[in-house]
Design a protein around this ligand. Structure first.
Ligand code: GRF
Length: 220
């Protein structure tokens, strides 16, 4: 029998991606168990979501650590004490140091609300709308020592409409985040992700379902 993946989820805020992962586990689309949810903010709504499902929580206030590494070491200790195998960043608003990344090599995932490597960093939905691209989306990737540059696992594409605002585009993207993040974790759990240089090769990923998207359409 394949062992369930032990997850540690790091959050800073609302935790809708956390909720999507909890829901996927409960609906048996994802064979994993969340060992702990850690927030750097005591008022993060995601903590309430975790408690509602009986998941252990910890708050580690980054302002109380003298250095980034000291903060990261507290996180590492918590995750190791709970025997976490895969670290899930779900709206965690702190940059992680190389110390943390090296503690979990190729075992940290992040979700980003854009089609990386386009629009890395912060406020990306606003920048996307301002730039005028026709498509955006979201990316689940492995975390390496460069911010938002780790190997891509899965992406979802959404159209950007002429009347989109930061808010409307964020909502459309978030909807897809909730679909692809549990899927990426399940692929990890099934042992189907293989890191080859800067790429992740996914077992069983053919080309049959790849689609060309054009927006606005060629006709009409
Ligand atoms: C999401 O947009 C995610 O892509 C970004 O932070 C946001 C987290 O939202 N990294 P939530 O806390 O999961 O609702």
């Amino acid at each position: 029998m394949v062992q369930k993946v032990h997850l540690g989820v790091l959050i800073s805020g609302g935790g809708t991606n956390l909720q999507a992962i909890i829901d996927a586990i409960e609906q048996k689309r994802l064979d994993a168990t969340i060992r702990v949810v850690v927030s750097n903010r005591g008022d993060a709504n995601g903590l309430v979501r975790a408690k509602n499902h009986g998941i252990p929580t910890e708050v580690v206030d980054h302002r109380k650590s003298p250095t980034r590494e000291a903060f990261d070491q507290v996180l590492i200790d918590i995750l190791n004490a709970r025997q976490v195998e895969l670290v899930i960043l779900a709206g965690f608003m702190r940059l992680l140091s190389p110390l943390f990344v090296r503690a979990f090599p190729n075992r940290i995932m992040n979700i980003h609300p854009a089609l990386l490597p386009a629009f890395p960093g912060l406020h990306v939905q606003r920048k996307t709308v301002e730039y005028g691209v026709r498509f955006s989306g979201c990316t689940v990737h492995l975390v390496n020592e460069e911010c938002d540059q780790g190997p891509v696992i899965i992406q979802a594409v959404v159209p950007v409409f002429p009347d989109d605002t930061e808010k409307s585009l964020s909502a459309r993207i978030l909807n897809e985040e909730h679909r692809i993040y549990p899927r990426a974790i399940q692929l990890y759990g099934e042992g189907r992700l293989h890191v080859m240089g800067r790429k992740v090769v996914v077992d069983g990923m053919g080309k049959e379902e790849g689609q060309v998207l054009i927006w606005p359409p060629l006709k009409g």
